[in-house]
Design a protein around this ligand. Sequence first.
Ligand code: ADP
Ligand code: MG
Ligand code: ZN
Length: 604
Amino acid sequence: MEKHHKFSIWYVLLGIWVVLIIQSYIASMFAVQTIPYSQFLTLLKTGKIVEVAITANQIQGKMKVDGGTPDETKVFKTVRVDPELSTILDQYKVSFKGEIESTFLRDLFSWVFPIMLFVGVWYFFMKRMGAQQAGFMTIGKNKAKIYMENELNITFNDVAGVDEAKQELIEVVEFLKNPGRFTELGGKIPKGILLVGPPGTGKTLLAKAVAGESGVPFFSMSGSEFVEMFVGLGAARVRDLFVQAKEKAPCIIFIDELDALGKARGFGVTGGHDEREQTLNQLLVEMDGFDPKVGVILMAATNRPEILDPALLRPGRFDRHVLVDRPDKIGREEILKVHLKKIKTVPDLNVETIAGMTPGMVGADLANLVNEAALLAVRRNKKEVGMPEFEEAVERIIAGLEKKNRLINLKEREIVAYHEMGHALVALALPGTDPVQKISIIPRGIAALGYTMQVPTEDRFLMKKTELLNKIASLLGGRAAEEIVFGDISTGAHNDLARATDIAKSMIKEYGMSNKLGQVYLAREKRPQFLDAGIRDTGDYSEATAETIDEEIKSVITTEYTRAKDILHHQKDVLHRGARLLLEKEKLESADLTSLLESDTSRP
Ligand code: ADP
Ligand code: MG
Ligand code: ZN
């Protein structure tokens, strides 16, 4: 395909050349000698002119050739001059000739421009077509940057504070170093790895580290680079990228900011089949088409996994997800140490203190912080960067990030800490709730400011009524703690409320756990009917029952909320100490919680 289009422009050039040659040959055959008008008159008087054809401006004709046979003639042409003037000029023997105004500009406008326009349009379309068919000349060429191992001096040592993600990627490095061993054992090689995490947590850095560690070529391209210019170009780029990668295998293809390319399809304003969609389809085709055994590993990064097209996440595509989360305090300390190596600091710099001052910051913020501190030291003419510089840099960066709403302020952190502690303490106090494994106030995603992780000890098929009630109580524990400590409640609990209400609703409508309503099933599958008033839920119970259901749900929630508050009232001391510990450490494991509870003397 490509060859054909490359040739076609040469065909056209050759054609033009041939036409020019033919034209000049024809012109020479009918060679016309242009002579001055005065010479024409002389020739006329001496009887040399054989025949003439006269037009308004010129005279063309045949004349006898000097010294030739009488029959031999040649074609001449001359421009007519005003006949009267010519007689006078003739009298005085002045040589004179006529001249036709130059038509050069007119020719230019009437011929050259249309031709140029035509060629331009032709070229434009060829470009587009060519792009669609894997590149016309250099337009479809891939822009992927290829880094070789020696150019890319990044190793896992440069990435800190994201140990879990690092652990998962070590296997990938093993595979790339020795693909044969894996295939011999029949092991399943990951095809696509998706790094997911907030911006600046080091996703790009991790991908580069994988390449650096395994020492294979690294094709890096950003999702947005695929989507530009002409329709079809992105798809061509994808194809080209995979062709190149297969030649260089084993290697890594890394698509940064996958969301720019992999947004869910079908929402295009320009109709279903736009450029991005085509590119995405091509990527899916390529991913399905290659065998990981050749040693090409596809990695991608995104901070918005929720908007990705589900097709990208299916088995055989980006089926392994690696979470690159915000670092906790210890993680931040490690990241700071990596970046502090690059600058000169005072010997007794307390890195832990700096890590403690920077809650919520990610790797990129910390790198920025170290740089900022170094700049401040330069401005102050210091030889080494010290604590005062770091303190000021922290203040500056926090101010900047707060403006961007990326950091929660101290007061909010406090509320979150008490809220999470409330969940945990209620859960711990009630039998039959899942054990609390971890509490964290490191914000995750957009909605959750903190979380309490409860892991079920076994798979459950049956739940007792008391267990469900306890679960509701612990969900409400967050808000209860806020009310007890601050005398006010916040919006941070809406997800808890939703989940608690769902459980209560199921208890009453599906499980027959309401005393008032008894052992009835009231959640028959809704059959929406399109009546005149629109869709109506035709639940098979009366309005009165519906009211009772609402009352019962409310009553369950209220009772459990009171219970949660009671529990926390009795453990105010632990609540305060726990929240303070959480604020300090940002993350508490179950062991921390146990020792916290054991040291509690007020507990019954
Ligand atoms: P992302 O791709 O997740 O948005 P990057 O990998 O581009 O983040 O990180 C930007 C910069 O921040 C990196 O070049 C590095 O200097 C610094 N950085 C981010 N995360 C880390 C980390 N975990 N360890 C060390 N440095 C980090
Ligand atoms: Mg990135
Ligand atoms: Zn909560």
